[in-house]
Design a protein around this ligand. Structure first.
Ligand SMILES: *[C@@H]1O[C@H](CO)[C@@H](O)[C@H](O)[C@H]1NC(C)=O
Ligand SMILES: *[C@@H]1O[C@H](CO)[C@@H](O)[C@H](O)[C@H]1NC(C)=O
Length: 356
């Protein structure tokens, strides 16, 4: 598969703009159209689609049909390499390990599974400590032996995937069903969002895997928090650590992280349609290399929306139409040449960005 070479982060903003061609963000996010449509999950929602780390052409999606599919986009034609089966109910979430050799998945069947991406083998099945539906998962970014899961009984658990056991001191209770999780890049802060509208921050102890509850933000009482994405800095112009949140409020929210306990301050919001579906959003991976900074989100209007977080007026820079159901998740590959989006009817579209 084809890996991405990352540009040197130490170069100046001017030099990086020159590399990016000094084009406007809307030009940067012009799409040449659909590259491929995957329909192996049609009829059941695909809540999560993710490109592998540092990889241009490998993609996975999980479905409420109970399976996860691994897809290869090149060589043409794109193919479904394998389908991971074993969960007995819908797969709510999954994540790639840093080296892409392992996937973890969480399911409504109250188990998490560890898979070998190479041959699709299920390495381990781990029951949720509370026997509850599992709704989300994320790898500890520095120690991939640890995964955090969120469940329907309001708990987050740090799981040691080498042993299949929960880590002592690594559990904590939220105010509702845990729908979203995100670590900061160094893995020292974890945010978890629930279906009652709260986001909690936790300090993560690297040596022991213990969680310490730090701050609570009520985004909006009663509005499910369906997505959290952390970013250490948004752009060369805005170097604050930031958090992107979807919370069924018909807008995408951008927060600034103001201290090392994960306290959040609302910076701005962008209009989308989201009142009930588990819509997710992301920061664009290469945004620091061009003028402005961009975020992408699903929406219940069946479109993929792009916003420039630095532009005061007319923040909407692009909108992709092609889905025929609410768009639930989006993922860029590592060089941003391809964007994948998934929807509530199970369709996954891969879009090709115009290369200048
Ligand atoms: C993960 O666990 C394995 C053995 O179970 C160990 O060899 C490896 O060093 C651990 N990795 C980290 C990052 O702790
Ligand atoms: C996870 O399990 C491995 C293997 O038993 C162990 O070496 C490691 O210390 C555990 N990690 C934590 C944080 O408990």
């Amino acid at each position: 598969f084809s890996r991405c070479a990352y540009p040197d982060l130490s170069i100046s903003a001017e030099a990086s703009r020159a590399m990016a061609g000094d084009t406007s963000l809307s030009e940067n996010y012009a799409f040449a159209g659909m590259y491929h449509v995957f329909d192996q999950h049609v009829d059941e929602a695909v809540p999560r689609v993710r490109f592998a780390n540092d990889d241009r052409h490998r993609l996975a999606c999980c479905s409420l049909d109970g399976s996860i599919s691994l897809c290869q986009l090149v060589p043409a034609p794109p193919t479904v390499l394998r389908v991971l089966r074993g969960h007995t109910r819908g797969v709510s979430d999954f994540a790639w390990s840093l080296s892409n050799d392992i996937l973890v998945s969480t399911s409504l069947d109250a188990t998490m599974r560890i898979w070998a991406s190479e041959d699709g083998r299920c390495i381990r099945e781990i029951p949720d400590p509370d026997g509850a539906e599992l709704l989300c998962c994320t790898f500890q970014p520095v120690n991939n032996n640890l995964t955090v899961v969120g469940n329907a009984k309001h708990n987050v658990h740090v799981m040691n995937i080498s042993t299949g056991k929960k880590v002592k001191g690594g559990s904590s209770k939220l105010t509702g069903r845990v729908l979203a999780l995100s670590f900061d890049a160094p893995g020292r802060l974890l945010w978890a969002g629930d279906d009652r509208g709260s986001v909690f921050s936790f300090l993560f102890d690297m040596a022991t895997g213990k969680l310490t509850k730090a701050k609570r933000l009520v985004v909006h009482e009663g509005s499910p928090v369906t997505s959290i994405s952390a970013r250490s800095w948004v752009s060369r112009e805005a170097r604050d650590p930031s958090l992107l949140i979807n919370a069924c409020l018909n807008k995408l929210l951008l927060y600034r992280v103001v201290d090392n306990e994960g306290t959040l301050q609302l910076k701005r919001s962008f209009p989308i349609e989201q009142s009930s579906h588990p819509v997710r959003s992301i920061f664009c991976p290469l945004m620091s290399f061009r003028q402005g900074a961009c975020v992408v989100t699903g929406s219940e209007d069946m479109c993929v929306h792009f916003f420039d977080v630095e532009r005061a007026a007319k923040a909407a820079v692009n909108k992709l139409q092609g889905h025929s159901a609410p768009v639930l998740d989006v993922s860029f590959n590592c060089d941003e040449s391809l964007l994948a989006s998934s929807d509530a009817s199970g369709m996954v579209i891969v879009w090709r960005r115009e290369q200048k």
